[in-house]
Design a protein around this ligand. Structure first.
Ligand code: ATP
Length: 361
C-alpha cells in the first residue's frame, strides 16, 4: 500500500521553546518496498513515523494510507492507530518478558477477539516465517537479542498488515548480530507484499536494506533516491556528507569541456561528472576516499592529479586509511592492505572524472 504525506507539520513545545519537528513534509512512500527515513538525531524521523502510525497528532497536513485518508486537519479526520492496519517494530524489542513467545505473538490477534483455533494457526505461521518454530512455549526473555527481535517481527506481522513500520529496530544488537539480523529482515520483507517504512540514523543499515532512502534534516526531506543514487549521485552537500566518508572541497565552476564540468579548487583544476552549473558559480567537489588512487611520488601535471604528503596511515582491517596533506587541506584516502607507502611519503592521487561528484555549495 502506498503512503502519501502532504504538508505535514508538527511542533513541540518544551521548556518554553518551540521546536519545529516536521516542516511541511510532502512524501510518497511506494507500495511494497523498503523505504528508509535517514538523518541525524533530532531531524524528525521518529516524529514522522509516529504521525503515520497515529501515536502523534500533527499540527497540519494530511496522511493517506492506500486510498484512505487516516489524518487530515482540513477534513477533521483522525483514524485511531489500531484502525490504520499497521504493524510496528521498535528499538526496544517491546516484547513482554513475563509472557511466552506464543503469547507475545498472539497478543494483537487476542485484542481483536480472533478465535483461538485461528490464533494458533496464525501464530504458528508467523513463527515459522521468522524461523522460530518450536520455541512458542519458551519464555520470551530466554531468547537471544536477535531472536527477541524476530519475535517482535512475528508479532508485527501476525495480523497481516499491509504496512510495517520500524523505528531503529536493530540498534540494541551488537555489530555482528545487527548485520545478520539486517540481512534476515531484508529477506523476510522481500518475501512479503508489504510496504516497510524504516527509521535509522545508521547509513550502512540504510544503504544495505533499502529500496529507497529519504534523507532528512531539521524537519524536512532533503533528497530521496535509491541507495546508489544517494551515495554516488547526491545533489546536496549535506546528503553526500551524511551518507558516507567524503572529502568535500569548495570549488568554482569554470564551464564545460566535452562531456565534463570543469572546476577550479585549492587542489587545482578538476574535470568532473557533468552537472548543469553556471560558470562562476560555487559548488562542492565530493571525492569518496575509495576513489582516490594513490601512487608514490609527484603527480604528472594534469587534470585530476594531486600531490601531497601522507600525514597519517592507519590500518583499519581490510584497508589502510591515509590522511594526505595538500596545502591547508587534509584528505582521506583508502589503500590496499599490501601498500608499501609510509607516513611522511610524498604521494599523488588521481580521480577519474566520473568519480568527481559536484554537489551544492
Ligand atoms: P533520533 O534519531 O535521535 O531518534 P529523530 O530524527 O527521530 O531523532 P525526533 O525524535 O522526531 O527526531 O525529534 C525531532 C525534534 O523534536 C527534536 O528536536 C526533538 O528534540 C523534538 N521532540 C521530539 N519529541 C518531543 C517531545 N515529546 N517533546 C518535545 N520535543 C520533542
Amino acid at each position: 500500500m502506498e503512503i502519501r504525506v502532504e504538508g505535514l507539520t508538527k511542533h513541540y513545545v518544551a521548556e518554553g521553546r518551540t521546536v519545529k519537528a516536521l516542516d511541511r513534509v510532502d512524501l510518497t512512500i511506494p507500495a511494497n518496498r523498503i523505504f528508509t527515513l535517514l538523518g541525524p538525531s533530532g531531524c524528525g524521523k521518529t516524529t514522522l513515523l509516529r504521525c503515520i502510525v497515529g501515536l502523534e497528532t500533527p499540527d497540519d497536513g494530511e496522511i493517506r494510507i492506500g486510498d484512505e485518508v487516516v489524518w487530515s486537519r482540513a477534513r477533521g479526520i483522525a483514524v485511531p492507530t489500531e484502525k490504520r492496519g499497521l504493524g510496528m517494530v521498535f528499538q526496544t524489542y517491546a516484547i513482554w518478558p513475563h509472557m511466552s513467545v506464543f503469547d507475545n505473538v498472539a497478543y494483537p490477534l487476542q485484542v481483536r477477539g480472533v478465535e483461538r483455533a485461528t490464533i494458533g494457526k496464525k501464530v504458528a505461521a508467523a513463527l515459522h516465517f521468522v524461523q522460530l518454530d518450536g520455541l512458542d512455549r519458551r519464555s520470551a526473555t530466554r531468547l537471544s537479542g536477535g531472536q527477541q527481535q524476530r519475535v517482535a517481527l512475528a508479532r508485527a506481522l501476525v495480523a497481516e498488515p499491509k504496512v510495517i513500520l520500524f523505528d531503529e529496530p536493530l540498534s540494541n544488537l551488537d555489530a555482528k548480530l545487527r548485520e545478520e539480523t539486517r540481512k534476515e529482515l531484508k529477506r523476510f520483507l522481500g518475501e512479503l507484499d508489504i510496504t516497510a517504512v524504516y527509521v535509522t540514523h545508521d547509513r550502512v543499515e540504510a544503504l544495505a536494506l533499502s529500496d529507497s532512502i529519504a534523507v532528512m534534516r531539521a524537519g524536512s526531506i532533503v533528497e530521496i533516491g535509491s541507495p546508489q543514487k544517494i551515495y554516488f549521485h547526491a545533489d546536496h552537500r549535506f546528503v553526500a556528507d551524511f551518507i558516507g566518508r567524503a572529502n568535500l572541497i569548495p570549488v568554482t565552476v569554470r564551464g564545460s569541456s566535452g562531456e565534463f564540468t570543469v572546476v577550479d579548487s585549492a587542489l587545482g583544476r578538476f574535470a568532473c561528472a557533468p552537472r548543469d552549473l553556471a560558470p562562476g558559480s560555487a559548488a562542492t567537489l565530493c571525492l569518496r576516499p575509495e576513489f582516490l588512487h594513490l601512487h608514490e611520488g609527484a603527480a604528472i601535471p594534469d587534470h585530476n592529479g594531486v600531490t601531497g604528503r601522507i600525514e597519517s596511515l592507519a590500518f583499519v582491517g581490510e584497508v589502510y586509511e591515509a590522511e594526505i596533506r595538500v596545502a591547508d587541506l587534509l584528505l582521506l584516502a583508502r589503500t590496499g592492505p599490501d601498500t608499501q607507502l609510509r607516513e611522511g611519503d610524498t604521494v599523488s592521487f588521481t580521480v577519474t572524472p566520473e568519480h568527481c561528484l559536484l554537489v551544492s555549495a
